[in-house]
Design a protein around this ligand. Structure first.
Ligand SMILES: Cc1cc2nc3c(=O)[nH]c(=O)nc-3n(C[C@H](O)[C@H](O)[C@H](O)COP(=O)(O)OP(=O)(O)OC[C@H]3O[C@@H](n4cnc5c(N)ncnc54)[C@H](O)[C@@H]3O)c2cc1C
Length: 308
């Protein structure tokens, strides 16, 4: 039998060996010896009160073995001779598009205007030390995309945009710490992110994809409403039938190009998260100032109204 439970552990208890086993056994009223394993699903910290607590969500396996492998497997196959799909941009969107192409049996051919993560570092140094900006390789452009050198926060509140867990598992598969699978506010770290990006590049190359750095796309050739070719700044023309545009929101030249070509762009819908944050802020603010019960009730109504 497997039971999913929530446990609250104090800072002092956290230091005790096998504390999760002890707490789970008490919570479920089962013998510790009957618990064959505990899998941590989520860990968050509650520091709202002076006594800091950890909130754990765990799966407790009772008289049942813990599964050895993750339910997520990344079964990449060789796609060197498969149908090609050109992917423009090698930020997160381009990287995951390329990996997905391989999973689906297409050969990704990535065109990235910037340099690889190692060489990109030198251009960042040039920005900071010499105030020289390479327009193709900088904090926004280059392998890994815009956030590669800053943090790697992975927190999302979105539950509706696909399987977020699968992305985390894939990052772990490519060298990120397993901690990101359980932390409520997962975070890879600036120092580790370039290595994960490099490992993703190596998977794509290993399974027959292609990645071309310093290949800025400057034009598309479109006939009868179909894409026929991609033009690079170095003058090369690449014949293509399928293109995924993953150039991010810093690539203004691409927006101008699409506009010139009369290719429709759809704006991303306004994030609900922002409204929700205002709501939370208002709630907190109102909780502080509302001393009278009636007043609290009125403000609560107002808060609910504001969040609509
Ligand atoms: C400073 C900073 C810190 C951030 N920190 C975080 C964080 O901690 N956590 C988080 O989740 N998000 C973070 N973000 C946001 C995150 O980086 C973006 O949401 C994400 O990079 C978007 O991915 P993308 O692939 O759509 O676009 P991008 O990452 O912008 O990638 C687009 C790629 O396309 C390439 N490209 C553009 N034009 C062309 C062209 N014409 N030809 C060929 N290639 C082209 C670019 O060089 C780039 O590599 C941060 C962003 C910034 C700027």
């Amino acid at each position: 039998m497997v039971r999913d439970i929530q446990l609250r552990i104090s800072l002092e208890e956290e230091k005790i060996q096998d504390i999760l086993l002890k707490k789970s056994s008490e919570f479920l009223n089962v013998l510790q010896t009957d618990i064959s394993g505990i899998k941590i699903l989520r860990k968050s910290i509650d520091a709202r009160k002076p006594k800091i607590k950890f909130n754990y969500k765990v799966s407790v396996f009772i008289k049942e073995p813990l599964p050895e492998t993750s339910e997520y497997q990344f079964d990449y196959k060789d796609v060197s001779n498969a149908k090609p799909i050109h992917i423009i941009g090698f930020g997160p969107a381009g990287m995951y598009a390329a990996l997905r192409c391989i999973e689906l049996g297409f050969k990704p051919i990535v065109l990235e205007r910037g340099k690889n993560v190692q060489h990109r570092r030198r251009d960042l140094r040039a920005i900071n030390q010499d105030h020289f900006v390479n327009e193709d390789s900088n904090y926004c452009f280059g392998e890994g995309g815009a956030g590669t050198y800053s943090d790697g926060k992975l927190y999302t509140r979105s539950l509706k945009r696909g399987d977020v867990r699968r992305i985390f598992e894939n990052l772990v598969f490519h060298g990120a710490t397993e901690q990101i699978l359980i932390d409520a506010h997962p975070h890879i770290g600036t120092n580790k992110l370039p290595k994960v990006v490099q490992n993703i590049r190596e998977t794509i190359l290993q399974f027959g994809g292609e990645i071309h750095f310093e290949s800025r796309v400057v034009d598309f050739i479109i006939k009868d409403n179909n894409i026929k070719a991609i033009l690079l700044q170095n003058g090369k023309e690449l014949v293509t039938k399928k293109v995924i545009l993953a150039t991010g929101h810093s690539a203004r030249d691409i927006f101008y190009l699409l506009d010139k070509k009369k290719i429709a762009l759809q704006a991303k819908s306004f994030a609900w998260e922002f409204v929700w944050n205002i709501h939370n802020t208002l709630s907190t603010l109102f909780n502080i100032i509302a001393l009278e019960k009636e007043m609290s009730y009125f403000l609560l109504l107002l808060t609910v109204w504001c969040s609509k």
